[in-house]
Design a binder for this molecule. Structure first.
Ligand SMILES: *Cc1c(COP(=O)(O)O)cnc(C)c1O
Length: 457
């Protein structure tokens, strides 16, 4: 009797221990299998990818998964070549590079404008490569913000990029208005996305101009530009978009939608290089007007060198250029945009959606248990080119990712932006990224860092 209990626990040990061992092995095998299936899946998606050959054209950081193409796109061999061509022109031709170079500098901005026009669905002369993003924003708002009578306010949103808000505040101050009551910023209900309904409901008869992002830089939400332009025009309000996070990732139909103006940077998805010259679009119904900030490169090209003091604006978006083009910061775009033309923006969008969908599926399968939340909208029609993963430890998870070979982007307070670029990111990279994230969470690898951001994050 005394030994019954012992015998019983001995039995338990005999059965339980092998059972536990087998169960653990089974879980492990299943986990490995799932992961292996996903890896196979990634490899076969890469195999079928119609854009796969473009990856070879880029300088990819060695042994790293580059998931930051929406902050600074990578250098391509063609962009390197066209930059070196322009340097060679300078070296061998001096001032004659303006007219006789490989890519004559005098008409370079117009030429790039034509190439860019296909990416945003505009006419070739509605687009120009010029200045920087924020300078173009100042240029366009100073041209299109015409307060009159009751219509004196500017409508923007509370989630937009800070530079856009600073510029709008300056433009209001220049015209003598107080941004406190003249800049309306549509609120977000969840801190990540905006509702088109809310925006439209704020298009009152006091609003003179609307400026919105096409894709929100943090959450990756793609706004319905067509609908917003239609609603704005129905109320006689001028509307412009900041395309920084959509150009090169999403097709646009700006002319067809009748959008008044737009601007963007060319160093994100378009891979034009750090500080690359930016872009602007003006609908042709506005041609012939004097731009807010006139400069001699906005002149009609045939009369520019007459050196008269009467400004004759170019009868195209070229009027919105200001000074001498930044040739060496434009030249990489010649090569880069050749690639976009060959790949085609529709195919780029299709692959981009497939990459981000694959990423979201892997996150759902592997990472939700660790407290990640997908912060971007789920529908294809409402997302741009990146996935926004929210996590309260985001800042230090990003530091771990960098140490372990994945280059992400952190946006305060809690967003890890992952942007697989269709031209050079593979499905295997996406798979590997999720694998690394999972390891970081299982091993609590991030705990060795502080949860604060770096200077550039
Ligand atoms: C990157 C970005 C900018 C950058 O402006 P710069 O003048 O090129 O520094 C502006 N707006 C948005 C939405 C951006 O994402």
């Amino acid at each position: 009797m005394c030994c019954g209990k012992n015998k019983y626990s001995a039995n338990i040990r005999v059965y339980l221990i092998p059972f536990l061992i087998l169960y653990t092995i089974k879980i492990y095998i299943r986990w490995e299998l799932e992961i292996l299936i996903e890896k196979k899946n990634a490899l076969s998606l890469d195999e079928q990818d119609v854009l796969k050959d473009f990856r070879k054209e880029f300088f990819l950081p060695h042994d790293k998964m580059y998931m930051d193409g929406n902050s600074l796109g990578l250098l391509s061999k063609r962009a390197e070549r066209t930059l070196l061509d322009s340097l060679e022109d300078w070296k061998t031709l001096g001032i004659d590079g303006w007219m006789n170079g490989n890519h004559p500098w005098f008409t370079l901005s117009e030429k790039i404008g034509e190439e860019l026009s296909e990416l945003i669905g505009a006419l070739p002369d509605e687009v120009m490569a010029a200045s920087s993003t924020t300078v173009n924003l100042h240029q366009l708002v100073s041209s299109f913000y015409k307060p009159e009578g009751k219509k004196t306010k500017i409508l923007a949103d509370e989630l937009t990029f800070p530079s856009d808000i600073y510029a709008l505040q300056s433009q209001l101050l220049i015209k003598g208005y107080n941004p406190e009551d003249h800049l309306i910023q549509v609120a977000s209900s969840d801190g990540m996305t905006l509702s088109e309904e809310d925006i439209i409901s704020q298009m009152t008869d006091e609003v003179a101009l609307i400026l919105l992002p096409s894709v929100l830089y943090r959450s990756g939400q793609l706004l319905d530009m067509k609908r917003l332009a239609k609603e704005a025009h129905a109320r006689s309000i001028v509307i412009g978009f900041d395309l920084c996070h959509s150009i090169g990732a999403v097709p646009h139909r700006l002319s067809e939608w009748g959008v008044d103006f737009a601007f963007w940077c060319n160093y994100k998805y378009l891979n034009g290089g750090p500080g690359s010259v930016a872009g602007l679009y003006v609908n042709n119904r506005h041609f012939g007007k004097r731009p807010g900030l006139a400069g001699w490169f906005g002149s009609d090209k045939n009369t520019q060198f007459d050196m008269e003091h009467t400004f004759v604006p170019a009868s195209s978006a070229g009027a919105y250029q200001i000074g001498t083009p930044h040739v060496l910061s434009t030249a990489p775009l010649i090569g880069s945009l050749e690639i976009f033309k060959e790949a085609g923006i529709e195919r780029i969008r299709a692959k981009s959606l497939q990459l981000t969908r694959f990423l979201m599926e892997l996150v759902q399968q592997e990472l939700l248990e660790f407290g990640f939340v997908i912060g971007n909208p789920d529908e294809d029609s409402r997302r741009g080119g990146h996935v926004a993963l929210q996590h309260k430890e985001a800042a230090r998870i990003c530091k771990s990712l960098k140490e372990l070979g994945v280059i992400p982007d952190f946006r305060a307070p809690d967003v890890i932006r992952l942007a697989p670029a269709a031209l050079y990111t593979s499905f295997a990279d996406v798979y590997e990224t999720v694998n690394v994230l999972k390891r970081i969470m299982q091993e609590k690898h991030y705990e060795k860092y502080e949860n604060t951001r770096e200077v550039i994050a």
